[in-house]
Design a protein around this ligand. Structure first.
Ligand SMILES: NC(=O)C1=CN([C@@H]2O[C@H](COP(=O)(O)OP(=O)(O)OC[C@H]3O[C@@H](n4cnc5c(N)ncnc54)[C@H](OP(=O)(O)O)[C@@H]3O)[C@@H](O)[C@H]2O)C=CC1
Ligand SMILES: O=C(O)C1=N[C@H](C(=O)O)C[C@H](O)C1
Length: 250
């Protein structure tokens, strides 16, 4: 059987470099290009890339995906910075290339995906919920894409259950003291030397709390999810948002 031809964009970055090694080590995949800033996207066409793994920056991702979709190259995207407007723009490009698949995964690690799932499930049973995400100090965006997605899933679950707004008597606060408000869920971002990627979802009810915590200790935690995405995206046309759609998580 012929190998799937894969390229990595952002190949010299922290997660991109790890992805290059993971693709090279996979028997069923062939790394045909490893591109960084300034390298020509035309290389993707010249090398016959079938799937691009996009791990760059929020400022670069839209241009890169526009090129890939226009050329019918499937994409597995870990880069953050997704808004409703950006997703709508991507869906418009995909409508003109209906056989092309794009997977956007706010987090590729199985533990982080499960954290989101567990938090979504628990959300309706607790009055209060706040998120603390903790990352390395080189991260350019806050809150993390994972925390934003987690908060959105929690907020949707609470809305579906008819939950009341969270109790909070704060009248005066320093800017930022109560975190960022993501659909009514406070999200607190810590940037600390020594950390990689961590998240706590703290839920509170009468006389009890529940904490769901996940720690990515090495970039290798994201690789099984990336490889799964590469193998599955070629038969998933259109936009898939979240790795959970490629997992059996009923
Ligand atoms: N979904 C997930 O599971 C994960 C997602 N991420 C996300 O992945 C992204 C990258 O993270 P990280 O590796 O830590 O960041 P880095 O800054 O280490 O890497 C980004 C790389 O992309 C390069 N780059 C920038 N623009 C382009 C471009 N137009 N074409 C090709 N390469 C480009 C940068 O080059 P230069 O240095 O020259 O600017 C850099 O080498 C972030 O958005 C992060 O949040 C990270 C880990 C897991
Ligand atoms: O920048 C990172 O490092 C990470 N980014 C993603 C995010 O913003 O959620 C995924 C993971 O947290 C690592």
């Amino acid at each position: 059987m012929s190998k799937l031809r894969v390229a990595v964009l952002g190949a010299r970055g922290r997660i991109g470099a790890e992805a290059v090694r993971a693709v090279e080590a996979a028997d069923d995949l062939e790394l045909v290009a490893a591109l960084g800033r300034g390298d020509k996207l035309e290389t993707l066409v010249e090398t016959g890339a079938q799937v691009v793994v996009e791990l760059t920056t929020p400022a670069s991702v839209m241009g890169n995906l526009d090129f890939c979709v226009r050329h019918g190259i499937h994409a597995v995207v870990g880069t953050t910075g997704w808004t409703d407007e950006r997703l709508a723009q991507l869906n418009t490009s995909l409508a003109a290339s209906p056989e092309t698949g794009v997977l956007i995964a706010p987090n590729f690690s199985i533990g982080a995906v499960l954290t989101m799932k567990f938090s979504e499930t628990a959300a309706r049973y607790f009055e209060s919920v706040e998120i603390v995400e903790l990352h390395h100090p080189n991260k350019v965006d806050a809150p993390s894409g994972t925390a934003v997605r987690t908060a959105q899933l929690i907020a949707a679950a609470r809305a579906a259950a008819g939950s009341a707004p969270q109790p909070d008597a704060t009248v005066t606060a320093l800017d930022g003291a109560r975190g960022a408000d993501v659909d009514g869920v406070p999200v607190h971002s810590v940037r600390l030397r020594g950390l990689l990627a961590h998240q706590e979802v703290i839920l509170g009810g009468e006389g009890e709390t529940l904490t769901v915590r996940h720690d990515s200790l090495h970039h290798s935690s994201f690789m099984p999810g990336i490889l799964l995405g590469v193998r599955r995206v070629v038969s998933a046309p259109g936009l898939t948002f979240g790795l959970e759609h490629f997992l059996d998580l009923s």
